[in-house]
Design a protein around this ligand. Structure first.
Ligand code: IPM
Ligand code: MG
Length: 368
């Protein structure tokens, strides 16, 4: 088994705007090395479509092994229309899914926080989103994303059948629910578990196992169950009723995109994908912005690097045990927003529009 190398950070910029936003993260990491005497070892590799173009595969074995020995992986984004017609196993997204699955990154933390400076950027009324701070905990290595059997097969009459399988086991459900309960204890102590127990057996199991864990170990946390369709509706109706939402891989994919828009821009939201700690306390983890590769704006220098930079703040907090540094970095982002500096996606009247790299520089200047 490959061991995790302490303080080793692997940058995987990927496709589209990935390289632009990860370039700013690299500047930030270098700043911490130079100014806070931290000893992060930085490496950088290809992943996704750009890896396919060069090597014929979205992730090479070499990159995969580097990922295995890195304490932190900072991913940009993968995919884009160039690679849409590739066969399934070669698609850029497969690389991301392989990393999640093989590194056992089962807990995906997706915060949706509405910054006060950007309340007006949301499509919802200010009073609905102002002060919003929710955390979606998405199960990331199970469910219909990975269940077997899967595939497309010919059936009678020249028709074809597409198959995916939604499965969950007790331990898969409980380990992610545990993450949600533990997080809730440090926040507002409320967990909403979301599934479709009215239609799916795997959803019924989900509900029962979460409830059982709660009865046994987390009685102090307020737990409620909510069907996923209702949860989608409630997120728009009254998002501030939520603290931590725990849900499966597919519902988590959808609910987190939905929640992110409450905050005004996809360009602001970080995420963390965490594995279990081993007996030496080591944990594998990957951090990435919620936004995708945004090929329409790639290469123009207008992408917002804040989601990636805040993802690095999450890495400082969750992987590197550097809470104080995480605070400093998050504060620097707030300060820049207070200075009315904006990238194009969050631009509004009387603000000053700046480029991706100028945003990175502005955040660094606030760190000083
Ligand atoms: C996400 C993305 C991915 C997913 C894609 C790129 C495979 O939408 O991280 O939410 O579906 O999980
Ligand atoms: Mg998604």
């Amino acid at each position: 088994m490959i061991k995790v190398k302490k303080r080793k950070i692997l940058l995987l910029p990927g496709d589209g705007i990935g390289p632009e936003v990860i370039r700013e993260v690299r500047k930030i990491i270098t700043w911490f090395n130079d100014n806070k005497s931290l000893d992060f070892e930085i490496d950088q590799e290809l992943i996704g479509g750009c890896s396919y173009d060069k090597h014929g595969t979205p992730i090479t074995d070499e990159v995969f092994y580097k990922a295995l020995e890195s304490e932190v992986i900072m991913l940009g984004a993968v995919g884009g229309p160039t690679w849409d017609s590739l066969e399934f196993s070669k698609k850029p997204e497969r690389a991301l899914l392989k990393l999640r699955k093989e590194l056992k990154l089962f807990a995906n933390l997706r915060p949706a926080i509405c910054f006060e400076q950007l309340v007006d950027a949301s499509t919802l009324k200010p009073e609905i989103v102002s002060g919003l701070d929710i955390m979606i905990v998405r199960e990331l290595t199970g469910g219909i994303y990975f269940g077997e059997p899967r595939g497309i097969k010919p059936i009678e009459n020249g028709e074809r059948k597409g198959i995916n399988t939604h499965t969950y086991t007790t331990s898969e459900i409980k380990r992610v629910a545990r993450v949600a309960f533990d997080l809730a204890r440090k926040r507002s102590n409320k967990v909403t578990s979301s599934e479709k127990s009215n239609v799916m057996e795997a959803g019924q199991l989900w509900r029962e196992e979460v409830q059982e864990l709660h009865n046994k170990e987390y009685k102090d946390v307020e737990l409620s169950h909510m069907l996923a369709d209702n949860c989608a509706m409630q997120l728009l109706r009254n998002p501030k009723q939520f603290d931590v939402i725990v849900t499966d891989n597919l519902f988590g994919d959808m609910l987190s995109d939905q929640a992110s828009m409450l905050t005004g821009s996809l360009g602001l939201l970080p995420s963390a994908s965490l594995g279990a700690k081993n007996k030496d306390g080591e944990m594998r983890a990957m951090y990435e912005p919620i936004h995708g590769s945004a090929p329409d704006i790639a290469g123009k220098g207008i992408a917002n690097p804040i989601a990636s930079i805040l993802s690095f703040a999450m890495a400082l907090r969750y992987s590197l045990d550097l809470d104080k540094e995480a605070d400093i970095l998050e504060k620097a982002v707030q300060d820049v927003l207070n200075d009315s500096l904006r990238t194009k996606d969050i631009m509004s009247d009387s603000m000053k529009e700046i480029s991706t790299s100028a945003m990175g520089d502005a955040i660094i200047s606030k760190l000083q």
